[in-house]
Design a protein. Structure first.
Length: 288
């Protein structure tokens, strides 16, 4: 029995060590993991503009470009986020920092309703740092909870493009290019449902604090674009409507994005495309 207990203790210690080492490696080498840790520690920041969204916003909105032009900005978007997580990130930020003048929400309807999914889901990285829970870490240890990040670590080891990529003011910047050879097809597109209660709560929270809200549909690949107008009114879960700026319009996006140079992956912009989109946002939406 003593021998069995010693073996159990040994394996338990080994598991704890392996998970601890994995967290240490993620904290050093995984930019996204490190970013979530850093934003969870934000105190007394005074950014004028904050970006919310998932990976499409993470890649597309160049907070450095905006900051260099007098609008001190930070990209709070996190890959895999649901709008409910964005609400929580904004609430936490407002509790510990000065309120921004503008909140820009990067929507990703080009790739479906994941960000505005009717069934909310939690982001494991965000939950780990914002709502630490020892019980959850035991039942779902980091090696399991963050197993997909191991693939990202391998990419950093293998790919020069990944090693040279950077997170700058929260935006994922990389010069990697994967051309978009898909073709736009004129068709009837389903209207996106913007009556998500969490999106409505973000808008209400901003209005309560005197913060301007900008909703932007980010551009996808040619095959995922639509023929909807550049601006339209969308109904909220609460009463009233809000303006949506549609950069996923084929007419608009095709004038801004070079399909041969501006894509990192399908529907995700590299730093060249991100800067072009951000420049357009600044000149045609934010300044107005």
């Amino acid at each position: 029995m003593d021998k069995f207990l010693r073996k159990c203790a040994f394996f338990l210690i080994l598991l704890v060590l392996l998970n601890g080492i994995y967290l240490l490696v993620l904290g050093i080498f995984s930019p996204g993991f490190k970013k979530v840790y850093e934003i969870s520690k934000f105190r007394n920041q005074s950014y004028k503009l904050l970006v919310l969204g998932n990976s499409m916003a993470l890649d597309a909105i160049d907070a450095q470009y905006l900051s260099q032009r007098g609008l001190d900005s930070y990209n709070l978007a996190v890959a895999g986020d649901h709008v409910s997580t964005s609400l929580m990130l904004l609430e936490e930020y407002l509790q510990n920092n000065k309120k921004p003048e503008v909140v820009l929400i990067g929507l990703s309807s080009a790739i479906g309703q994941s960000y505005l999914n009717k069934v909310p889901f939690k982001n494991p990285e965000v939950e780990f740092f914002y709502h630490p829970n020892w019980k959850a870490n035991i039942t779902s240890p980091p090696l399991l909870n963050f197993q997909w990040l191991f693939v990202d670590l391998l990419k950093i080891i293998i790919s020069k493009d990944h090693r040279n990529a950077q997170l700058v003011r929260g935006q994922w910047k990389t010069k990697k290019v994967i051309p978009d050879h898909s073709v736009f097809k004129e068709m009837t597109h389903k209207n996106t449902d913007y009556k998500d209660p969490y999106l409505s709560k973000i808008i209400g929270l901003c209005q309560k604090n005197g913060i301007k809200v900008i909703l932007v549909e980010l551009p996808g690949a040619n095959s995922n674009r639509n023929s909807l107008p550049f601006t339209f009114q969308a109904k909220k879960a609460s009463s009233g409507c809000i303006t949506v700026y549609n950069l996923n319009s084929y007419e608009i996006a095709s004038k801004i994005i070079d399909p041969e140079k501006d894509w990192l992956a399908p529907d995700h912009l590299n730093q060249f495309g991100g800067q072009k989109i951000t420049k357009f946002l600044l000149e045609h939406i934010i300044k107005k």
